[in-house]
Design a protein around this ligand. Structure first.
Ligand code: 9Z3
Length: 316
């Protein structure tokens, strides 16, 4: 019997994506349109993953295990990648934070609107500029064919999507980048050993054995998109092991960079670990996005990487 932590068995037993062919076609078109040479050279394309994956406990899912992530980092990073001229494939958890919507309040959404004397709904004066800018930036990204959004919920959907995106992006070689900010489950229940119906409580306490999710970073690096510039994230709660774990990921999966962060401080501080250096990035003032500095450094490193992998490199 093949182990559940074997990638082949994971993909063979996972419920197939309903729209895999349509997703592959959209990706092909998006990448082709963004690969046509333009005045500023061939465009760079990044796949940003964002939000947490779920692990269903039942095939007709009532209960699931979730991973911590609001999707804020992925959404903010997408905005800065777009600003830096990248085309972005935003692979995100359904319902998680979206680019240009980060500042919309999730609990007091109605505060954004006023009803005037003629009963017409309007954006409140206090938020009008912010909403207008967000709509403008979002439309520019969509109309300019710079942003493709692909949603997932479960670990099964996420890994199948990642594989399709990676094998598509491989066609642009070193111009492709992966920025894997999604919080991905380490353990799961294989589809073929999962209860079909809702697990009943009448049987007493629940004993459940979870299998390890296969490590797909090796496949991404070695098979799916061998020339892409790859950045993975490492989230820990214990500061004593963070850097050691990031170094391990860097070397084991041959990542170009690992972004290390602690649960307690991830909004204020990250450490970008590469083979050459460790750079600590801190938020200096409240209104600043940490992601702005992160994307500046990483996109610069990506340019250098492209130059090292391309003859007659014309990127500056
Ligand atoms: C991260 O570490 C992200 O920075 C956060 C962002 C999830 C903390 P938010 O979405 O949070 O802004 O609320 N992402 C990677 C987390 C992860 O699961 N990494 C795995 C690991 O650490 C490797 S894929 O082992």
């Amino acid at each position: 019997m093949v182990a559940a932590d074997d990638p082949e068995s994971f993909f063979a037993t996972a419920p197939p994506l309903g729209d895999a062919d349509a997703v592959a076609a959209r990706l092909r078109d998006f990448i082709a349109r963004n690969s046509q040479s333009s005045a500023d050279g061939d465009r760079r394309i990044v796949c940003v993953t964002s939000g947490g994956t779920t692990v269903p406990l039942e095939q007709r899912c009532v209960r699931y295990i979730d991973n911590f992530s609001s999707g804020h980092r992925g959404a903010a990073s997408t905005e800065y990648f777009l600003k830096a001229g990248y085309a972005v494939i935003f692979v995100h958890r359904r319902g998680s934070c979206q680019p240009y919507c980060r500042f919309l309040p999730d609990n007091s959404f109605l505060k954004f609107f006023d009803v005037d004397a003629e009963s017409k709904v309007q954006v409140a004066e206090s938020h009008a500029t912010m909403v207008m800018n967000a709509i403008g930036d979002y439309c520019k990204a969509i109309d300019g064919d710079s942003l493709l959004k692909l949603p997932f919920t479960t670990i099964f959907e996420y890994l199948q999507l990642l594989k399709i995106v990676a094998t598509s992006i491989s066609s642009v070689g070193p111009r492709g980048m992966f920025y894997l900010a999604a919080a991905v489950s380490d353990f799961y229940v294989p589809w073929d050993s999962m209860s079909k119906h809702k697990i009943q409580s009448a049987g007493g306490p629940l004993d459940m054995r979870l299998s390890q999710v296969p490590k797909m970073l090796s496949l991404l690096r070695n098979q799916w998109a061998p020339l892409a510039f790859c950045i993975s994230f490492k989230l820990e709660t214990d500061s004593d092991i963070l850097i050691q774990k990031a170094d391990m990921a860097l070397n084991k999966y041959k990542m170009n960079a690992v972004v290390a962060n602690l649960l307690a401080t991830y909004k204020e501080e990250v450490i970008i670990v590469t083979n050459k250096e460790r750079s600590t990035i801190r938020k200096i003032n409240r209104d600043e996005d940490l992601e702005e500095q992160m994307i500046k450094i990483l996109s610069h490193n990506h340019l250098k990487y492209i130059c090292g992998n391309t003859d007659g490199c014309n990127q500056s």
